[in-house]
Ligand binder design. Structure first.
Ligand code: THU
Length: 141
């Protein structure tokens, strides 16, 4: 898979920022948006959706991935994540890293700041020595 061009990365981050506007986060007031690009170049977006039963809240990244998979797309090239933080790059939580890993370790995560600057890491870099689908069929005693 070819690397994304800088303009394509910018467009993906723009979409993550736009998705952030739909964030439903009355409890944390921490808005997050994600834009997930499939290997076919389709983009699925998501935002965080919280709940009065706090532990049921869902992250933006997982919502974007669930949308794509439920529409028949599970081969991903990259995901861009956006928040309102000006100084920090938004970093996916451990649960989302594991959820990403389900769909491979060799794809890219663009963690952005509010001004659109970003840091890129692969899923493998974010979750080294991970447990994945293949582990379930390994030799057992
Ligand atoms: N959150 C995300 O949606 N993605 C992240 O990468 C980090 C955290 C959400 C979960 C919760 O709704 C709020 O941000 C505060 O943790």
């Amino acid at each position: 898979m070819d690397a994304m061009q800088p303009q394509e990365v910018k467009e993906l981050i723009d979409k993550a920022q736009k998705a952030k506007e739909q964030a439903y986060c009355p409890y944390s007031k921490f808005r997050v948006g994600a834009a997930l690009r499939t290997v076919d170049g389709l983009v699925y977006t998501g935002c965080n959706v919280e709940n009065a039963c706090y532990n049921l809240g869902v992250c933006a990244e997982r919502n974007a991935m669930a949308k794509a998979v439920s529409e028949g797309h599970s081969r991903f090239q990259a995901i861009a994540i956006a928040s309102d933080m000006s100084d920090q790059f938004i970093s996916p939580c451990g649960g989302c890293r594991q959820f990403m890993r389900e769909f491979g370790v060799k794809w890219d995560v663009y963690m952005s700041r509010a001004d659109g600057t970003y840091q890129k890491m692969t899923v493998e870099e974010l979750l080294p020595v991970s447990f994945g689908p293949d582990d379930l069929s390994q030799e057992k005693v």
